[in-house]
Design a protein around this ligand. Structure first.
Ligand code: BG6
Length: 476
């Protein structure tokens, strides 16, 4: 993984620059890198999109977005803004990008290019074709947003097309979960400490739970979400990637390929999901916190008869020596009671029931990916007093309390790594294809769609998946 060094001089061309991702994530992340002195010596950003805009209009739109950051500083904005440029253009038709190279040269853009596809996935193929037509790929890299394809066949097609224009070492497939500090910390937690790895296996771990819960609905992304659903939007990428990090063997080094080889092995061992162990749900109107919210089918851009899942829970198996017979319970949903991403490992009961008398084990390790980032170890302790009374207690590590900072945005890390050419945190072609293969049975024969009220923890049927009938996180 990259030490603190500056990436080589380059131009970042963002396709789809009038979209939400550019103003919400990409430009704020680039601004933060600039402010922290982590951008190249010479660099430019060129936004490219269909909506006609001047450089100044683009800068002023981006300023409105970046100003929202608590750490916004006018002085660093003034040195940042002049490097933002905008080129109007399309990519659907042949030769639609014939003017791009000329525009870049007119703006004295550094010759090394990082192309960023911040467009809806349907435009990605067109962008790659246009880049190929103009021969812009030489010495360049391309960053692609998820979802990469919508099933195994389309992901394979896309990889074949990409590899006609770019070699694999020029391609960076984004999964922003890998850019999260707390996900990277799983590697440090496991492989920099001698005391956890010996128990990180089937002999000690009873089950693993992964929850990615969101309080938000689909917002204005309804039409995108209608093509995706929770399986494609979160499970295929974020959740399966977290499972690779949790489940992998120690890599022989932190060389990107050594790490990605180990991750790919985990995916190869994940049993293709059995639809009998999948629960799909869609939210109806309800209350989340203090707000009354509409149902998914009433959201903008969503069909009134939509069969798309906004919730999915499933039981997975990782058929390796380390994890044989250990269930991995995973779930994700929109309009759940709160935003929380957590991994919980449950440990087997103590072998000799001296104290517990019928009570299940309270030994858990909880990795809080977000918010309130941290790690909690739960175990039994003796309550003060004359009797042998036992109470579950927690040992806590909190990022913000220990380091006195909030973890940086995932996109900062990933953009910088892409500029540096470091692939460690980017899924490889084979990982992406295998992830689609694992989900294939549920995509081809989706189990029936159940209803859940917004603000609940999803359909009751999800509780029946899990032993002992209750997800650890719910606290209900
Ligand atoms: C994106 C999904 O990849 O991740 C969104 O497309 C989702 O639907 C988002 O809301 C969640 O990301 P985070 O970082 O807020 O957990």
């Amino acid at each position: 993984m990259s030490p603190r060094r500056r990436p080589p001089d380059q131009t970042i061309v963002i396709f789809g620059a009038s979209g939400d991702l550019t103003s919400r994530k990409l430009v704020p992340a680039l601004y933060a890198l600039h402010r922290d002195g982590l951008m190249p010596q010479e660099w430019k950003v060129v936004g490219y999109a269909r909506t006609p805009r001047t450089d100044d209009e683009f800068r002023s739109d981006m300023r409105s977005a970046v100003e929202q950051l608590p750490e916004f500083e006018d002085a660093s904005w003034r040195t940042f803004a002049p490097r933002l440029n905008y080129v109007t253009g399309t990519f659907a038709e042949r030769k639609a990008m014939a003017h791009l190279e000329r525009e870049l040269n007119e703006r004295d853009a550094p010759p090394r290019r990082l192309f960023y596809c911040g467009t809806p996935p349907s435009a990605f193929e067109q962008i790659v074709r246009r880049i190929g037509e103009e021969q812009l790929q030489h010495g360049a890299s391309i960053v692609v947003e998820k979802p990469f394809g919508s099933d195994l066949a389309s992901a394979r097609r896309l990889n074949t097309l990409v590899h006609k224009v770019f070699s694999e070492d020029q391609v960076f497939r984004i999964d922003h979960y890998l850019g999260k500090e707390t996900v990277q910390n799983i590697l440090v937690f496991r492989f920099s400490n001698g005391m956890f790895e010996p128990i990180w296996n089937r002999r000690y771990v009873k089950s693993v739970e992964v929850t990615v819960a969101e309080a938000d609905g689909v917002g204005h992304r309804g039409s995108f979400y209608e093509e995706a659903g929770a399986l494609r939007d979160i499970v295929q990428n974020h959740i399966l990637q977290m499972i690779t990090i949790l489940g992998m063997e120690p890599p022989i080094s932190f060389d990107p390929e050594a790490l990605r080889d180990e991750k790919a092995k985990v995916l190869a061992a994940v049993r293709p999901v059995d639809p009998a162990y999948v629960v799909r749900g869609q939210y109806d109107a309800g209350r989340v916190g203090r707000s009354t919210v509409t149902g998914y089918r009433q959201e903008q851009g969503v069909s009134a008869r939509s069969q798309v899942e906004t919730y999915v829970a499933m039981k997975l198996w990782v058929d390796t020596w380390r994890w044989a017979e250990v269930p991995f319970y995973v779930r994700t949903g929109k309009r759940l009671p709160r935003r929380v991403t957590e991994v919980t490992m449950s440990f087997h009961d103590a072998p000799h029931i001296l104290f517990r008398q019928g009570r299940p084990s309270t030994n858990y390790l909880t990795i809080r990916i977000q918010p309130d980032e941290g790690i909690r170890l739960s175990f039994d302790a003796k309550s003060p007093g004359p009797d042998m009374r036992i109470t579950p207690v927690d040992m806590e590590f909190s990022y913000s309390r220990w380091f006195d900072v909030e973890p940086p945005e995932a996109y900062e890390r990933l953009l910088r790594d892409a500029m540096l050419g470091d692939h460690t945190l980017f899924p490889r072609a084979d990982e992406v294809e295998r992830s689609w293969e694992v989900l294939g049975p549920a995509l081809e024969a989706p189990p029936r769609l159940r209803r859940y009220a917004a603000g609940s923890w999803g359909p009751d049927a999800a509780d029946a998946l899990i032993e002992p009938g209750r997800w650890r996180l719910d606290g209900r």
